[in-house]
Design a protein around this ligand. Sequence first.
Ligand code: DGI
Ligand code: FE
Ligand code: FE
Ligand code: FE
Length: 189
Amino acid sequence: AGTRDELVTILADTLSEFRFQHILRVEAKALELADHFAITDLEKVSVAALVHDYAKERSDDEFKTIIVRKHLDQDMLNWGNYVWHGFVGAEMIHDELAITDEDILNAVRRHTTGAPYMTIYDKLIFMADYIEDGRDFPGVDDCRATTFADLDAGVAWQLKHTLNYLLTKQTPIHPKTVLTYNAFVANNK
Ligand code: DGI
Ligand code: FE
Ligand code: FE
Ligand code: FE
């Protein structure tokens, strides 16, 4: 059993069946994208995809405790699970799974809000999470086609639609989401 298979066993025991199936679909889509864009470190892509939602099912109290105890940016206390499971989740993945690769940890940190600068691994996970085969929202097939044609255009597509959706819900928008939108959509083209 290699690193990837050992990890899958741990995740199957740790996550709900629903989440476990999602991360397997994200891995499959991320590997499709990696192949398409000729990314060679497939182990890294696999591990990043498999762990990206590792912390999603933890309690608010557990996140808050870690933010305080590890002296992370205390502004994070003002946000919720959608921010924590990436930024604080990366700490849990590091500490509990002993994954130290910064490309992997950054891809987890950036998978929900994105970031103004994203590595190829960040972009693969950000997009695979959004267009994995279980996703079914209006335009998802257009987003899939756009992403395979031009990865940055796919990132921009997602940001445009997520921002629009968040505005209709009148839910708080994290500054990082706005900075990413500016970098990939508003300051571009
Ligand atoms: O964990 P997943 O559900 O697989 O996907 P995700 O981590 O990419 O996103 C979780 C949700 O967070 C998704 O519905 C979009 C939303 N989101 C992204 N940026 C923001 C946000 N929600 C709020 N309220 N504010 C944001 O800035
Ligand atoms: Fe997530
Ligand atoms: Fe995402
Ligand atoms: Fe996800």
